[in-house]
Design a protein around this ligand. Structure first.
Ligand code: ADP
Ligand code: MG
Length: 455
């Protein structure tokens, strides 16, 4: 595709900037210097160009799908050890032997999800080739949201129809057991972001039931690959659950800058047109994402957004300056996305942190925030959660980088956490400003704060 259009008449004349001369006039129609060659309004030719640009993959991107989060690359650099371990633990399923449950943890973007899916995909292909009965399923527990939906998904993966609501969880488990028994297959399930399930319901009985289901079966069996982004998740679990879920453990360390560089390099080679990616820009993406916490997702986002910025600016390639602009956009988008996906109580809690921080200079402890949270709940006529549940939510917000919680010791008075807002207050007010349920709380002046303040 020929990109000689820059700066000339390109048919993109829908704005008041005259595409022929680059000058603006007061009527917004452009000065008519060159009207024969340059029509006003978007010409067919201009529209075709937009489409052709996408069809030909664009000037910078060849195939941007390769940078998508759910794209499965043919190889996963720097995760050979985890792939081999997981593969070895699960391999006996191919000969119908029971496998150990496995618990994988590490920070976000360290490749847990992709490694688990990679291994399970390959295993299932092998099983198919050799005619072995292996079923697999992937459930993201945070997205599923409730115990009910998680088990319902598992039942459906085994071909059992179940209603979207209405049954008792025990009944669902019975159906899962029946399906396993009648299929007589090995059933390997990835329960991703498993910590969300336990933290939200303060109940790990589902995990207990799942890991014990095999005891009452003599046909098929289930093997659980539990994944958590929270390194301290184990502290939340009942020891009985921990001992059966964590028969094997797999740790995912943050990627180093050099490792991220290799990962990006691999994926970029096929995603971009040759010669469009500056090596310095690639290294900068890797270094910025390594500074975050070795997060490959962040690295890929930076690269993709930098490419989009370059392409929109009709540049010939991606430069370090595009990566720096991308950093701001990616961070802003991340915060907005996380805030918009928060459930009601986390929103109220965050507003409590915001009010508390506005009212006082020194950092807050969990107890202060809890008091304000309770007052806000009362003001919104919402039943408040227990302090323990609220601690769990704070922990979740901390993991997402929305608040910063630091454990401090008060000597013989025990330990508590100091809480700070981890994002711009404006991000919270603008995202929650459009939520009718909590909007009023942003304006509310908590009495407990003026009390604390006066002391
Ligand atoms: N070793 C790797 N090679 C290629 N891509 C990777 C690698 N590790 C992670 N990724 C990519 O980075 C993103 C985040 O990885 P993911 O497995 O979702 O992280 P986690 O589940 O630990 O949060 C995904 O888009 C994934 O494809
Ligand atoms: Mg994941």
């Amino acid at each position: 595709m020929d990109w000689k259009l820059r700066g000339g008449c390109d048919g993109f004349s829908w704005s008041s900037r005259n595409p022929c001369t680059g000058t603006l006039n007061s009527t917004g129609t452009g000065t008519a210097g060159n009207t024969q060659k340059c029509s006003h309004g978007l010409s067919q030719q201009g529209l075709d160009l937009i489409f052709e640009q996408v069809l030909s993959g664009g000037q910078i991107f060849k195939d941007r799908n390769l940078l998508r989060h759910d794209y499965m690359p043919a190889s996963l650099p720097h995760r050979e050890e985890q792939i081999r371990r997981l593969g070895s633990v699960l391999a006996p399923a191919l000969s119908k032997e029971r496998v150990s449950n496995i618990f994988a943890y590490g920070k976000t973007g360290t490749g847990k999800t992709i490694v688990a899916r990679f291994v399970l995909d390959r295993l299932q292909k092998k099983a198919r080739d050799y005619g072995r009965a292996v079923d697999t399923s992937y459930v993201n527990c945070r997205l599923a949201g409730t115990n009910y939906r998680v088990i319902a998904d598992l039942c459906r993966a085994l071909g059992q129809e179940v209603p979207f609501t209405g049954l008792a969880v025990g009944e669902l488990l019975d159906r899962l057991r029946d399906a396993l028994q009648s299929r007589g297959s090995a059933f390997l399930v990835i329960l991703d972001e498993i910590d969300a399930l336990v933290k939200r319901s303060e109940d790990d009985s589902l995990l207990y039931e799942l890991t014990r289901i095999n005891e009452s079966l003599d046909g098929g069996w289930i093997g659980v690959i539990g994944i958590s982004n929270d390194l301290h998740f184990k502290d939340f679990l009942d020891p009985r659950v921990l001992s059966s879920l964590g028969e094997e453990e797999l740790v995912f360390k943050p990627y180093s800058s050099d490792e991220l560089y290799d990962i990006l390099n691999d994926r970029a080679a096929a995603a971009f047109q040759p010669g469009t990616l500056d090596d310095g820009a690639l290294r900068l993406c890797a270094a910025m994402a390594a500074g975050e916490h070795g997060d490959a997702r962040r690295a890929l986002d930076l690269l993709r957004v930098a490419g989009e910025i370059g392409e929109r600016g009709r540049e010939k390639g991606i430069l370090e300056s595009h990566v720096r602009q991308a950093q701001q956009k990616v961070e802003h988008d991340r915060v907005t996305e996380v805030l918009s996906s928060l459930p009601l109580h986390s929103r109220i809690l965050l507003i409590a942190v915001l009010h508390s921080e506005n009212a006082r200079k020194e950092s807050l402890v969990t107890g202060d925030v809890y008091e304000v949270y309770r007052e806000l709940c009362a003001a919104a006529a919402v039943e408040s959660l227990t302090q323990r549940r609220v601690s769990g939510l704070l922990n979740e917000l901390d993991l997402m980088g929305i608040v910063n919680a630091r454990v401090v010791s008060f000597g013989r008075y025990g330990r508590t956490k100091k809480i700070r807002l981890g994002v711009e207050p404006r991000a919270v007010t603008s995202t929650f400003g459009s939520d009718e349920l909590v909007r009023g709380l942003l304006e509310y002046a908590p009495k407990s704060l003026s009390k604390q303040h006066n002391h």
